[in-house]
Design a protein around this ligand. Structure first.
Ligand SMILES: [Zn+2]
Length: 146
């Protein structure tokens, strides 16, 4: 299940951005997922929860935006969506095209964070000890799979 290593990369990227922004916690992470990325959305969402454990992202939501496959059609002279990923033809005029312009994406689009200055109204700390865990920067290498 390579989604797990992808999820770790997503978490890595998001927590780095969050740290740079001085965020205390991440509420949600938005990713773009191309239809040809080879990633199963459900598997990624599942893996994400595992990868989030013990990070700034724990308890956050992964928001997946699925992108359709687009090719460039020489006849229509524009980027068109494929009607089916089995059929690399222009959805407008039917001309076959292998000129892929969109569909392999897998990237972090944005993250939503809590900043220390912002008083998020109604934040319930529920008496949980917020132990200072230090930086604890892991040496994990986000193995970016191709
Ligand atoms: Zn066309």
């Amino acid at each position: 299940m390579h989604e797990l290593s992808i999820a770790y990369s997503v978490v890595e990227i998001a927590s780095q951005s969050a740290r740079e922004a001085g965020a205390t916690r991440v509420n949600s992470v938005h990713v773009r997922l191309g239809a040809l990325s080879g990633v199963v959305r459900e598997a990624l969402e599942f893996s994400y929860e595992i990868a989030c454990a013990g990070t700034l992202l724990e308890g956050s939501t992964l928001v997946v935006r699925e992108l359709p496959v687009k090719v460039y059609c020489a006849v229509c002279q524009m980027e068109v969506e494929l009607s089916s990923i089995q059929l690399f033809c222009c959805s407008q005029c039917g001309t076959p095209s292998g000129d892929l312009r969109q569909g392999r994406e897998l990237d972090v689009e944005s993250i939503e964070v809590d900043l220390p200055g912002e008083d998020g109204s109604g934040v319930d700390v529920s008496g949980e000890e917020h132990g200072d865990t230090g930086t604890g920067d892991s040496q994990r290498n986000p193995e970016q799979e191709r």
